[in-house]
Design a protein around this ligand. Sequence first.
Ligand SMILES: NC(=O)NCCC(=O)O
Length: 359
Amino acid sequence: MYNLDNIIKERLKPEQLKQFNKIYYGREDHCKLKLLESTIEVSARNNFDVAGYSFSAAKEEVRKPNILRLGLIQHSIALPTDSPICEQRQAIFDKIEKIIDVASSENVRIICLQEAWTMPFFLCTREKERWAEFVESPSDGPSTLFLSKLAKKHEMVIVSPILEKDEDGVWWNTAVIIDEMGNYMGKHRKNHLPSVGSFSETSYYAPGDTGHPVFETKYGKIAVNICYGRHQALNWLMFAINGADIVFNPSATIAEFGETFWGIEARNAAIANSYFTCSINRVGNEEFYVQNEKKSRTYYGSSYVTAPDGSRTPGLSKDKDGLLIVEVDLNLCRQIKDKWNFNMTARLDMYTKALAQFK
Ligand SMILES: NC(=O)NCCC(=O)O
């Protein structure tokens, strides 16, 4: 499938490529990580891509470097959407386990999956009952139990975006945070629900009521801005105000809806808020039959990471399962704020007053 990164690389001469990379990606060199032989072998055998990049920060005298590896997973569904629910879910679990094992061998400490990762993104069907068994408890549902074991085994923090059913039977679009000991740490519920074209989620679940939590994990302060929330600048801002150094944006989006926005919004948020943003989108074609009518959607992957200085990694592919590994030095967040005087010039007091008067 058409991939901008590859087209550019193939067509430009080395000197031109450097100039292009500097302007487009924010740096001449992508700073690729050297991956283990076993990573290359296991990923080829299991048909997923792995790419690794690093972002460094300036050396400081007082603070030690705060270096950490992040993992982003994009994947397709594993079985047709009319297969039994438990089989569909198990087939996805099986492939995710292999990807998380590889991430662990590459020393990834925090990993995030895509929006509603355990299931096809059935929301375009406008059916609810048929899919209800995919919706689960965030603290002890099947996906949390499955990932808790992996989190503990690999001492990894895992961000697991699922569809939640609460004690009253209400559905939510929720990201579950599992700590490095395998414990349920907390959750964030999607704040902004799309109501655009075939993305009509308001009839499925309620708009989030968890605000903008930041989770102080062993490895870093993280937050989750779920999919459509990336179009709302204030949603991003609140995670910064609450102290996030890394914000994940697990998504499910198709070319017809803002593929042109994809490389811009999370990147802009990283610059505006001096944190790392991690954008994840599912891949593959999903087909549903609703009263004999075929509904189909193709997701374009292209997951990527942006640093607070605005430089970004190339994207993963548009059509293949993949693991993106990114080594970051979290010291860069404060360094960028200091360099640009962003805290002093933010004028939050002015906006607070204006927003308080807004009706
Ligand atoms: N899942 C989701 O919120 N999709 C909406 C479409 C988009 O914002 O790209």
